[in-house]
Design a protein around this ligand. Structure first.
Ligand code: CA
Ligand code: CA
Ligand code: CA
Ligand code: CA
Length: 491
């Protein structure tokens, strides 16, 4: 179990756990331990308060309403446990907490977690009314206002991130009532990733039964939606209310949020580092980003995930019209712009689209190729280039893992064009610029055999990484190739 004092010792480490504290402490040394814990408590309390104004009303249109979890306008019953807003550079720093932050892929750049999380596995003590409650509305009650254009039965879907067996249940209610159909929402599948689910835990099925979580909205107009704790440590990103009984689980952040009146807070993620020298952490946005991104910069697309936490302190124009910032931020923006453009032009080979036969890989979470360490230590897989002849910068997008540093090779027609050893991640899995490697100016003809190979590794000799990777993306490296692609794509 980590303490604030240990967090203090880690102030210079890249781990984000102490960042909320860091923002409020301008000098270092053991003399500030007392003020640190005070600052920590104050920081934590701030993060349990709403950032959405009470006049913000979301809207159901055509039978669907979607709302960011962090946009509650009220939270009550917080004496023993509360929901805290986790966003880039802002964390409550409360302990115990069983898991690291999961901002990558969080919708709107933020989510909520119920803290502290004192029961993280079955062996830790269950204390009813404290770290567990089967009573909806008893602990950590969130409220949201939604205008319904259409009355009817609304199935409730919630996007949650569970890392254990005791952080995967909540309750949902309507207008101060907690119907049976809102009790015990449950998650089991897809641990360690953001997962949409709409299931009710029952005696017959502890992992939950579908179609049983719903709210009956009897009249059109404004209603209050509530969520409350069942298990501490629960992480909550966004919810959907849908009249569609057969609503298909989204693999992404889900439907767009509609606002009927008031102004919803902007997405998190836009943070302007001050000019200077050396390396620093990103300064956190000072307050709720209501009415615009911090520093006046337009917000980064939510699907880019979290921007780099450690940046150089130089100051330069950023690509994409994002104003000025560090070279690190510039690289991160360019990386994401390049991937978006590759996707728009079809210059991406997703790992899941490869034929797995005889490759030693399996498909993980429907998006990554991975190696099961109990069966194989290495794997390789090939496909023929579907792209016009030319020269390309080829980027391999791997998945950083905290169990070990996997090694990857990319080859064209049996000639190795490069190798990459993924850095260790802090979270169980991480994607993004840090885990991608570009091999520049590679000659590639249509039909050439592109091969990706990878090998597992272990940091502790016990747990192994699975050498996961997500895709190859391609960018034309010269004018001739750009011109050829223009003919193909007409842009
Ligand atoms: Ca946590
Ligand atoms: Ca728990
Ligand atoms: Ca958690
Ligand atoms: Ca969110």
């Amino acid at each position: 179990m980590k303490s604030n004092i240990k967090s203090l010792a880690n102030l210079s480490s890249p781990h984000p756990a102490s960042r909320a504290v860091l923002n409020r402490v301008t000098h270092s040394g053991l003399g500030i331990v007392a003020s640190l814990s005070l600052a920590s408590a104050a920081a934590a309390a701030d993060l349990s308060r709403p950032i959405a104004a009470a006049n913000v009303i979301f809207e159901e249109v055509d039978g669907v309403a979607a709302v960011e979890a962090e946009h509650f306008f009220k939270q009550t019953a917080t004496a023993r446990r509360a929901w805290y807003i986790i966003s880039p550079g802002q964390e409550p720093g409360l302990e115990p907490d069983g898991d690291p932050v999961h901002l990558a892929d969080a919708s709107g750049g933020a989510y909520l977690e119920i803290l502290p999380d004192s029961r993280r596995n079955h062996d830790e003590q269950l204390i009813r009314g404290e770290n567990f409650t089967n009573e909806p509305g008893e602990i950590a009650v969130l409220s949201y206002r939604v205008h319904f254009n259409n009355p009817g039965r609304y199935y409730v879907w919630v996007r949650a991130h569970s890392t254990g067996t005791e952080d995967n249940g909540i309750h949902v209610g309507l207008d101060g009532q907690w119907p049976d159909s809102g009790r015990r929402m449950q998650w089991c599948a897809d641990k360690n990733t953001w997962r949409w689910e709409s299931k009710q835990r029952t005696e017959a099925e502890h992992c939950g039964e579908p179609y049983r979580i719903y709210l009956d909205v009897e009249r059109a107009g404004v209603h209050e939606i509530h969520f409350s704790m069942r298990e501490d440590g629960f992480e909550f990103d966004k919810f959907i209310l849908t009249r569609d009984h057969e609503f298909a689980r989204p693999n992404d952040a889900g439907p767009a949020v509609r606002v009927k009146s008031g102004k919803a807070p902007s997405a998190f993620g836009a943070v302007a580092p001050p000019p200077g020298a050396g390396v620093q952490r990103v300064a956190a946005a000072a307050g709720p980003p209501v009415g615009g991104a911090a520093g006046g910069r337009k917000p980064f697309p939510a699907h880019w995930g979290q921007q780099p936490q450690i940046q150089t302190m130089d100051f330069r124009p950023l690509p994409g019209g994002y104003g000025n910032g560090s070279s690190t931020l510039a690289s991160w923006i360019q990386f994401n712009l390049d991937l978006d453009e590759a996707r728009a032009k079809g210059l991406v080979l997703e790992a899941r689209e490869f034929s797995l036969d005889g490759s030693n890989y399996y498909l993980h979470q429907d998006k990554w190729l991975a190696i099961n360490p109990e069966e194989h230590k290495s794997a390789k897989i090939q496909t023929a280039s579907p792209f016009p002849n030319g020269r390309y910068d080829i980027t391999l997008h791997t998945v950083g893992e905290n169990d070990g540093q996997s090694t990857y090779q990319v080859s064209v027609n049996d000639r190795k064009i490069g190798e990459f050893i993924a850095p260790l991640s802090e979270e169980m899995f991480e994607e993004g610029m840090r885990y991608a490697r570009t091999f520049n100016n590679v000659e590639l003809n249509s039909g050439d055999v592109i091969e990706v190979a990878s090998q597992i590794a272990s940091a502790d000799g016990m747990e192994y990484s699975r050498a996961r990777w997500a895709r190859l993306s391609f960018k034309p490296a010269d004018d001739a190739t750009r011109a050829k692609l223009k003919q193909v794509h007409g842009s």
